[in-house]
Design a protein around this ligand. Structure first.
Ligand code: SF4
Length: 415
């Protein structure tokens, strides 16, 4: 087998002056690697794709830790169910989807309603169930709910905030209750950048400490990073820091301007294109899985790969994915605030399967934006429906993050 080209150690949106400090270039890698990386057709095919069609490592130490669902029937039931257990959170992150507040809202599901929801979710048998927030540790019954879920044989992962509530004892208790994994956010490579993002001094050090506690408790760790114009030029540093935290997965979100996030904080389409290609190449050698959220354009790099064909169960807003808000409203995504029902009165699976909004989001021929609606990649990509809605008010419109121009303007990125 021939030697694999290494992913560029610096991001392709950065000057091609050489690898980042402290990073050794692989044999055969030249400065031009990143320029070649700008052409999707030249990209080396990735060996594997995870549930969002995102490249994952070729020979990861913990490959079995990737989601690994490749033939899920997303018309039948969701692969991923997310429940926003509360909107209460001590942080004030500048891009918070939930516009989280310091106190829980009066409309949030009470303990009995939360148990009823878990019972519904257990019956659906999703591949992944995540309790998020706000900060789910703000819920006084959180540990009781984990115990209840365990009795239902429902695996639960947690996405807490890095606040003083995220103590080592809490993490160990979650591990004892069968928690499947913990996701912790890291948006900058140092305290100054991360804490500015999170709106609270001291969050960076608490984040690193919590990551170590998660690993010490034997729990799979996911590190989540939201890409914005504030941190995009430091993603290489973030990646290097993530490596030291020994996660099973690096989950890279592309900002959707909803909640407190603003469109002007998003990266430009040509920058997003370069970042996605960098992640795609990086995934060949990263010691953990790399997953993207709200950037399905990465799948364009996968379809030219015969080895990856058929391996990707494409999950997107309302397509294999459903979100339940703190008030019980059922959404296609936490970034797409169009309610299709409420778990207090509606059956979650019935809404997912049959509500016209969900059905249209699973139909690539329903796309009506002038670009996505006619794109050759609409079946494998389809664009972020959340971002289309956030920017245009039409969940079936165009995703403004996309740099690709299909058809008469050429089969390649417009940048
Ligand atoms: S135009 Fe739409 S479907 Fe085509 S690659 Fe871009 S986001 Fe995806």
């Amino acid at each position: 087998m021939g030697a694999r080209a290494a992913a560029p150690a610096h991001g392709p949106w950065e000057p091609c002056g050489g690898p980042a400090p402290g990073v050794t270039r692989a044999a055969g890698e030249r400065d031009g690697a990143c320029r070649g990386a700008r052409r999707p057709g030249r990209a080396r095919p990735p060996p594997h794709a995870d549930e969002e069609g995102t490249p994952t490592p070729a020979t990861p130490a913990r490959r079995q830790s990737t989601f690994g669902f490749t033939d899920w029937n997303v018309d039948d039931r969701p692969l991923v169910v997310i429940w926003e257990a509360t909107r209460a959170c001590a942080l004030a992150c500048r891009h918070c989807r939930a516009s989280a507040q310091h106190r829980p809202g009066p409309e949030e599901l009470d303990a009995a309603q939360a148990r009823a929801l878990l019972t519904q979710v257990a019956a659906i048998r999703p591949g992944i169930f995540v309790i998020t927030g706000g900060d789910p540790l703000e819920r006084p019954d959180l540990f009781d709910l984990f115990g209840f879920a365990r009795d239902l044989h429902l695996g639960v992962s947690l996405a807490p905030s890095a606040t003083p509530l995220l103590e080592q004892a809490a993490i160990e208790r979650l591990a004892g209750l069968g928690c499947r994994g913990v996701q912790i956010s890291l948006d900058g490579p140092d305290a100054e950048s991360h804490d500015r993002f999170r709106g609270q001094a001291g969050t960076f050090s608490r984040t690193l400490q919590a990551c170590h506690w998660v690993r010490a408790a034997g729990l799979p760790l996911t590190v989540a990073t939201t890409v914005t114009r504030h941190n995009v030029e430091r993603l290489t540093e973030v990646y290097q820091l993530v490596q030291t935290l020994d996660p099973v997965r690096w989950s890279v979100f592309f900002l959707v301007p909803t909640g407190r996030a603003r469109q002007e904080e998003s990266v430009a389409p040509e920058v997003a294109e370069a970042v996605l290609l960098w992640l795609h190449m990086l995934s060949r050698e990263a010691p953990f899985a790399i997953k993207t959220t709200e950037a399905p354009q990465v799948r364009r790099f996968l379809v030219s790969d015969p080895a990856a064909a058929g391996r990707s169960a494409t999950v997107a807003d309302g397509r294999g994915f459903v979100f339940v808000s703190a008030a019980g409203d059922i959404f296609p995504s936490g970034f797409l605030p169009l309610p299709a029902g409420n778990v207090r009165r509606d059956d979650l699976l019935e809404v997912y399967r049959n509500h016209p909004l969900f059905r249209s989001l699973r139909d690539p021929d329903a796309l009506r934006g002038p670009r996505c609606g006619h794109c050759t990649y609409r079946r494998v990509c389809g664009g972020s429906r959340s971002r289309a809605y956030a920017v245009s008010g039409d969940p079936l419109g165009d995703d403004p993050l996309c740099a690709f121009v299909s058809g008469s303007q050429g089969e390649g990125p417009s940048c």
